[in-house]
Design a protein. Structure first.
Length: 370
C-alpha cells in the first residue's frame, strides 16, 4: 500500500516519555487525555486501560489539585503507559507529581509564577530526567501579547513559545517538546511551520477544541495531516468532544493513511453502489469491529464489484472483489479462490487472522535467528 516515502520528517532532538521515544527517528506517537475526574481513581484507570487497548502510546492526565496529585500517584503505580501530568498555575503540584513518577510534565512556564518557581520545577525534572511539554494555546495567550497583537495570531503564539523556550534555555534545560494549538486550522499551521524553522525540539500536534466526532475528525485530519505531510510532528492528539478512545482510533488511522505508522488492519473499501455484489457497508463495519484487537499491520481491500476491485485487491495482502456468481479472493495480490456471500464476514475474518498469525510467526523466526 502507499508509504511515507515522499514525506521527509523534520530533524529534531529526541526525548523519552517513559519508554516512548519522541522525536528524532522515532515513530510518531498517538496521545489522548483522560476526561474523568482524576480523583476518581478506578474510573480513570478503567479509561486508561480502554485507551491502552485502542493502542494509545501516551496518556495525559489533568492534575488540578493536591488531592488529584495523590490520585495520580495511585494511577501511575497501576498502569504501564507513560503518563503526562497536566499542570497549571500551582508549581507545588508539579513538584509533587514529579515525585510520584510522572513520565512528563505539561506546563506553561508563563502561568507557573516567578522564575524561582519555574526553576524549582526544572531542577526536579533535571534530577529525575523527566521531560517537559511546554504548550501555547491561542485561547490563553498572555495579556501583553494580546495588547501587542490585538488578537490571537500565529505570530503571537510563536513569540509566546520562544519566550518559554528562552526561559528554559537560561536554566540550561533542553529536555522538552513543544505544542502550539488553536481551534483555527490556518493559525495552527502558520504557527507550527514558523516555529519549526527556528527550533529543533520535537513537536506535539493538535487542533485544540476541534469539535465533536464528525467535525473534529475533519478539522484534525486537515490540520494535522497538512503538518504531517510537511514532515512536522512527533506526537499527535486528535482532540474530540467524544470518547477519548475515538481520539486514538482517528489518530492511528490518520498516521496509517499517510504511511507514517503501520499498526493493525489498514482497511480499504469502496463506498458501495448499485453494482455491488454484497452489502459492502455492513461487511466493512462488522469487520472493523471484529478486527479492532489486531495490532500486526495487515492491508485488506473490500471492493463490491469488478470495476475497481481487482486493482485494489492486487495491492492488498487480503483482497475481496465482488463478482457473480461468486466473489473472488486475492492473497498477496494474486487470485486465490472464490467465496459466496454466505458466511462472508466469518470467512474474511478467518483469512485476515490467518494472515496475521503467519506474519507474527515469521517475525518470531527472524528474532530467534538474530
Amino acid at each position: 500500500m502507499a508509504s511515507s516515502r515522499f514525506i521527509s520528517r523534520r530533524k529534531t532532538r529526541q526525548i523519552m516519555v517513559g519508554d516512548v521515544a519522541v522525536g528524532g527517528d522515532a515513530p510518531i506517537s498517538v496521545q489522548s487525555m483522560t476526561n474523568t475526574e482524576t480523583t476518581d481513581v478506578q474510573t480513570t484507570l478503567a479509561q486508561i486501560r480502554r485507551l491502552e487497548k485502542a493502542g494509545v502510546d501516551i496518556v495525559r492526565v489533568s492534575v488540578p489539585s493536591m488531592e488529584a496529585a495523590d490520585a495520580f500517584k495511585s494511577i501511575r503505580e497501576r498502569v504501564r503507559t507513560p503518563l503526562v501530568a497536566d499542570i497549571h498555575f500551582d508549581y507545588r503540584i508539579a513538584l509533587k507529581v514529579l515525585e510520584y513518577g510522572a513520565d512528563c510534565l505539561r506546563i506553561n512556564p508563563g502561568n507557573i509564577g516567578n522564575v524561582d518557581r519555574v526553576k524549582s520545577i526544572v531542577d526536579s525534572a533535571k534530577d529525575k530526567q523527566i521531560p517537559l511539554r511546554i504548550g501555547v494555546n491561542a485561547g490563553s495567550l498572555g495579556k501583553s501579547l494580546l495588547r501587542k497583537y490585538k488578537e490571537p495570531s500565529a505570530d503571537a503564539m510563536i513569540e509566546s513559545a520562544l519566550t518559554q523556550i528562552d526561559t528554559l534555555d537560561k536554566l540550561d534545560f533542553h529536555n522538552f517538546k513543544i505544542s502550539l494549538k488553536a481551534s483555527e486550522i490556518f493559525m495552527t499551521l502558520q504557527a507550527c511551520r514558523g516555529l519549526a524553522q527556528q527550533v529543533d525540539q520535537p513537536f506535539h500536534l493538535g487542533i485544540t477544541e476541534a469539535g465533536g466526532m464528525r467535525s473534529g475528525t475533519v478539522k484534525s485530519a486537515v490540520g494535522l495531516g497538512s503538518l504531517l505531510m510537511d514532515g512536522i510532528g512527533d506526537t499527535i492528539r486528535v482532540s474530540l468532544a467524544s470518547d477519548p478512545v475515538e481520539e486514538v482510533k482517528v489518530g492511528s488511522d490518520l498516521l496509517k493513511s499517510l504511511g507514517l505508522r503501520h499498526r493493525g488492519v489498514n482497511l480499504v473499501a469502496c463506498p458501495s453502489c448499485s453494482r455491488q455484489n454484497f452489502d459492502v457497508i455492513s461487511v466493512v463495519n462488522e469487520l472493523e469491529t471484529r478486527l479492532e484487537d489486531i495490532v500486526t499491520p495487515v492491508d485488506v481491500a473490500i471492493i463490491g464489484c469488478i470495476v475497481n476491485g481487482p486493482g485494489e485487491a492486487k495491492i492488498a495482502e487480503v483482497g475481496l472483489t465482488g463478482a457473480s456468481p461468486k466473489n473472488l479472493v486475492y492473497v498477496d495480490g494474486v487470485p486465490n479462490h472464490k467465496i459466496t456471500n454466505a458466511n462472508l464476514i466469518d470467512d474474511l475474518e478467518a483469512m485476515v487472522r490467518k494472515r496475521v498469525e503467519s506474519k507474527e510467526a515469521a517475525d518470531k523466526d527472524i528474532i530467534a535467528t538474530d
